[in-house]
Design a protein around this ligand. Structure first.
Ligand code: PRX
Length: 639
């Protein structure tokens, strides 16, 4: 055990405090959290203006925060910038030009690295290709790709020319992709023939082709050749990227478009309580300030660091902390295409050693999954290059926390358990490297962020009691709206605590006597499977799209590795007989429609579903029955 890590038992709260090693404290970017926090919430606009000054602006803002039309807050209004002038262009004028921006390893073991100089050339070429396809400022380009460098390049290229991207996670399937293309009315789709996962090809182009049949807005589909398997390419619609790159249109010189701070950088769809996914909209200005500041402070970023966020760029974690935050901070970013345990469970640990990774940021699911294989796998590698660890996506159980801390971090790497959401753009509750940690707690609010745990009447609950997590004041990284549906934005997040003007996160949590936050989980019909967010309604609508199904309900039950697993209850159409093979067919059907992550663990056939008199499915009753616990108040249940 490393001597510098002291443990103390704190009887006033939950469990032990784990203190950071002295060397970590000595070099920390912020040494006194309390002092900086106090100043940041006393004068948030002053604090954020200071952070914004660290970035490049073509023209400085007139106003830091415009709250004249709540909850549609605006940040840095009047300011002119572009994400790319911060994430790439400004580095080209310094020594960082020749610093590695990206280290990428494919699952089969192929390797690509790119300096900021090289990244700029690739992004510019792609940007010129998009322009030649008629892509205009403000237009939304859909990107559906495996984890390959071209995914990051395509995103950055959109930003450079002022188009917005909508990245659809490469693990999603036909219906999920089609509905997202449809909602954003994308004219251009960027994809790849396939990607590698556990030694097998995922047929992205096949899925994209199916999705394009269902969403006729796509006129141009640019395809990266990754796997080389045979795919169908349609004349006049489908172009191989390598063919376009061979043409003079793909010059490596391209001007970065001057954007308003509040212009749309991207939309990212996430699941909510209805079947229709919400496209959360983020901007060039505030989002850049927020992701850069959170990344730099929470992970104590140094110029010599090699940073690995082992998420997928198709999720907000990938957007904010694989691509934008780290590139603004001029970091060297590691990216890996495939499965953590392919071909063996030491794959990640061998890459940490091989590339000398200093900071690893991942999810509890991944940790629990790798923990199952035993300590002998990480033990084969020298992981002493690691300085800090991170966790995101779901509550981390103390057992996984301790394994991560002891086995991966050798008890000398503090774990930054970061709580946040697609909607928040960046970390909201998180330790800093100097924060004494409590395993399982995301600890304290980030600078400028005020959080409370309240009841339905907006009254703060007592320390240790469960309640709704609310955010009391605006922050620059917040989503500005739901694309095309501002009413839903208000309804979902701001209606319940309208009088107070608070944002309702949809999570239940408690705060202990020391002011440490403990996230319990979602209070709405959102399921977190392996840290991925899915709506029960999406799974249900996939099930009822099958010709044998009349009605369906989906719930989440605890799962050892995935955090939650999906259980479904199905009423079949008259005359259809349930059985093992139909059960399997329905599980596969959900996987084909949404993606393998949504594949239900269980499909159970029932004659009726518990409903309220107004016809709403009572999922909590199904859940209580499945878990064999008290069903609670049944007074609203229809007989
Ligand atoms: O329930 C919380 C959980 O993930 C939700 C947000 O999901 P998504 O928008 O997909 O973003 C995930 C990555 C930021 C939250 O409402 N969640 C996220 N991080 C944590 C967490 N729950 C507990 N602890 C965390 N560190």
């Amino acid at each position: 055990m490393a001597k510098s890590t002291q443990k103390k038992t704190n009887s006033s709260s939950n469990g032990e405090l784990v203190y950071p090693p002295k060397e970590i404290v000595k070099q920390a970017n912020v040494k006194d959290y309390d002092a900086v926090y106090k100043r940041s919430v006393e004068d948030p606009e002053g604090f954020w203006a200071e952070e914004a000054k660290k970035l490049h602006w073509f023209k400085k803002w007139d106003k830091v925060l415009d709250d004249s039309n709540k909850p549609f807050y605006k940040w840095f209004t009047g300011g002119k910038t572009n994400m790319i002038s911060n994430a790439i262009d400004r580095h080209l004028k310094t020594w960082r030009r020749n610093k590695l921006a990206l280290i990428w390893e494919g699952e089969p073991g192929d390797l690509k690295t790119m300096s900021y100089h090289a990244l700029n050339r690739e992004v510019s070429k792609f940007a010129n290709i998009l322009k030649s396809m008629g892509v205009k400022k403000g237009e939304i380009v859909t990107i559906y790709m495996p984890q390959i460098p071209e995914l990051a390049i395509a995103m950055l290229a959109c930003a450079k020319i002022g188009a917005a991207h909508s990245v659809v996670y490469g693990g999603f399937s036909v219906e999920a992709l089609a509905s997202r293309i449809d909602d954003s009315q994308s004219r251009v789709l960027v994809t790849a023939d396939g990607g590698w996962r556990r030694g097998k090809i995922t047929d992205l182009k096949g899925i994209a082709n199916e999705a394009m049949k269902r969403s006729p807005t796509v006129e141009v589909c640019i395809t990266v050749k990754r796997t080389g398997h045979e795919v169908y390419m349609e004349n006049d619609r489908d172009f191989w990227l390598h063919d376009l790159l061979a043409l003079p249109i793909s010059s490596p010189k391209c001007d970065t478009e001057v954007m308003d701070a509040e212009d749309m950088l991207f939309i990212l769809y996430t699941s909510g309580t209805t079947g229709k996914p919400k496209g959360l909209l983020h901007t060039h200005g505030g989002y850049a300030v927020y992701t850069a500041a959170t990344h730099r402070y929470v992970f104590d970023i140094k110029d010599e660091d090699r940073w690995w966020c082992a998420a997928d760029p198709g999720w907000i974690t990938g957007h904010s902390y694989m691509i934008y935050g780290p590139l603004i901070n001029g970091s060297t970013v590691m990216m890996y295409e495939g499965a953590p345990n392919h071909p063996y469970p030491n794959r990640w640990w061998s890459m940490v050693e091989k590339y000398g990774i200093n900071i690893l940021y991942t999810s509890p699911t991944a940790i629990r999954g790798l923990m199952r294989f035993g300590e002998q796998w990480p033990a084969r590698h020298d992981l002493s290059c690691l300085r800090l660890l991170g966790s995101v996506g779901e509550p981390i159980n103390p057992e996984a926390w301790k394994w991560y801390h002891r086995v991966i971090g050798n008890e000398k790497c503090p774990i930054m358990d970061t709580w946040w959401q697609t909607e928040t753009g960046g970390f909201m509750i998180s330790p800093l490297p100097v924060t004494p940690l409590k395993p399982g707690s995301a600890t304290k609010p980030f600078f400028g962020i005020e959080i409370a745990i309240v009841d339905e009447k907006a009254k703060e609950v007592k320390a240790g009691e469960e309640g709704n997590l609310v955010i009391k004041t605006p922050w620059p990284g917040m989503a500005r709206t739901i694309y095309g549906d501002p009413d839903r934005f208000v309804e979902t997040y701001w209606k319940e605590y309208e009088k107070q003007g608070w944002y309702k996160a949809g999570d239940s949590a408690r705060v202990d006597e020391d002011g440490y936050f403990w996230i319990i989980g979602r209070i709405d019909d959102v399921i977190k499977v392996s840290g991925y967010r899915l709506g029960t309604a999406e799974v249900e609508s996939a099930l009822v799209s099958h010709p044998s199904v009349s009605e369906a309900a989906a719930i989440a039950l605890p799962h050892e590795v995935k955090g939650n697993a999906i259980y479904t209850y199905v009423i079949l159409k008259q005359g259809v007989k349930g059985g093992k093979s139909l059960e399997e067919e329905l599980r596969q059907h959900v996987s084909d429609e949404i993606g393998p992550i949504a594949r239900p663990e269980v499909v159970q056939f029932l004659d009726s579903l518990p409903k309220t008199r107004s016809g709403k499915i009572m999922r909590r009753v199904l859940k209580a029955r499945a878990m064999g616990v008290d069903e609670g108040d049944l007074s609203t249940l229809e007989e």
